[in-house]
Write a protein that binds this ligand. Structure first.
Ligand SMILES: *Cc1c(COP(=O)(O)O)cnc(C)c1O
Length: 360
């Protein structure tokens, strides 16, 4: 069996241990005589998996009691619409911090629902981030929305603002559980699973209960968070296989030492890559400005687009897969999510040195 160095931005690589467990359990899950994906979402066998995934997530992230964990479908993109639908009251508004392509999409959806305030907009092509330590919040803001890690240009917030009584809502699609985060600072955290935590098809929501209780009541049933909170995310058929894989990934993470250990590994990976840029004497030029670099999506450019094309092709020939930058940003991007090993990044750094020597 050959496994490549997987740098895809999402869906992305999964821990081998989580996949192996799925392989072993695939045909006969815990003596049920069937796979978990063939089992009713109301069965005892599935119920156990479902609740185990929730309790592992609670444990690993330190989620306080007064928050609900929900598993929905529709991706983070559906949350771009559900958040304003649930939380902006009639005639109200919300504040949005625009730091990238995904924030822009969140704002576009929110503006369909209400008249939102874009309180920060990048003026230099999303290459850096605002200082939010003295954040100004509009009087009529139902919440403040931000994106913790900007997947496409490769910038990441190192800290989160204090928004006082106004709930802070954060799209953590591309860095959830990659580092320690104080959940109690947030009104809501959400993320598609397919980058750091599992396969596509599952969206993870962590919402403070009072926000769910006070959300708009006039929405269609499915679009109300309370519907899913009241039924433990089993209002309708849940994406059972995806949640099962999520459980396997969380078990793996717990086994290697939880978020503290993951954060150390992620920092070592990012250090290895960024110091390779510094050592390349301008051959590899980082996209993100200094101080704003993401530890999850490492973006850089070469001298010409032609050279970038050759770099991507050569990388692929050496089993470094998924290095092409997003079409909006161009260049090269390697995504170094939790499941990517330090060895993969170290091998890639060696490849970068070799490529530089051979393509002066
Ligand atoms: C990938 C991504 C999304 C989109 O996620 P879907 O699950 O495909 O809707 C949203 N926000 C961020 C920050 C992302 O990285």
């Amino acid at each position: 069996m050959k496994r490549v160095h997987n740098f895809y931005a999402g869906p992305a690589g999964l821990p081998l241990e989580a996949l192996q467990r799925a392989k072993e359990e695939l045909l006969d899950f815990e003596n049920t005589g069937m796979s978990i994906m063939e089992t009713s979402h109301r069965s005892k066998a599935y119920d156990k998996v479902h609740n185990e995934a929730i309790s592992l997530l609670r444990e690993l992230m330190g989620i306080p009691e007064n928050y609900s964990v929900l598993f929905l479908q529709g991706g983070a993109s559906m949350q771009f619409a559900m958040i304003p639908m649930n939380f902006i009251p009639e005639g109200g508004s919300a504040d949005y911090i625009n730091t990238g392509v995904w924030s822009t999409k969140a704002i576009k959806e929110a503006k369909i629902v209400a008249d939102c305030n874009e309180t920060y907009t990048s003026t230099n092509g999303f290459k850096d981030l605002p200082d939010l330590s003295n954040i100004k919040i509009s009087d009529n803001a139902a919440y403040v929305h931000m994106t913790s890690n900007n997947t496409i240009y490769g910038t990441q917030f190192n800290s989160f603002p204090d928004t006082g009584k106004t709930p802070l809502i954060c799209d953590m699609s591309s860095d959830i559980l990659s580092r320690k985060v104080d959940v109690s600072k947030f009104g809501m955290i959400y993320a598609g699973a397919q980058k750091n935590l599992g396969p596509s098809g599952v969206t993870i929501l962590i919402i403070r209960n009072d926000l769910i209780e006070n959300a708009n009541k006039t929405l269609p049933t499915y679009f109300k968070y309370s519907t899913h909170a009241d039924k433990n995310s089993l209002f309708n058929t849940a994406p059972t296989f995806g949640i099962y894989i999520l459980r396997n990934v969380l078990l793996w993470m717990k086994g290697i030492g939880g978020v503290e250990e993951i954060e150390k590994i992620n920092t070592a990976k990012a250090d290895a890559a960024y110091s390779a840029f510094a050592a390349s004497e301008g051959y590899y030029k980082p996209v993100a400005n200094s101080g704003f670099e993401s530890k999850m999506n490492i973006t850089f450019r070469l001298k010409t687009e032609e050279l970038e094309k050759k770099f991507i092709a050569d990388a692929e020939a050496n089993d470094f897969i998924g290095c092409k930058g997003h079409r909006d940003a161009g260049g090269i991007r390697i995504s170094t999510y939790n499941a990517v090993s330090l060895e993969s990044v170290q091998e890639f750094v060696k490849f970068m040195d070799k490529f530089r020597n051979e393509n002066k």
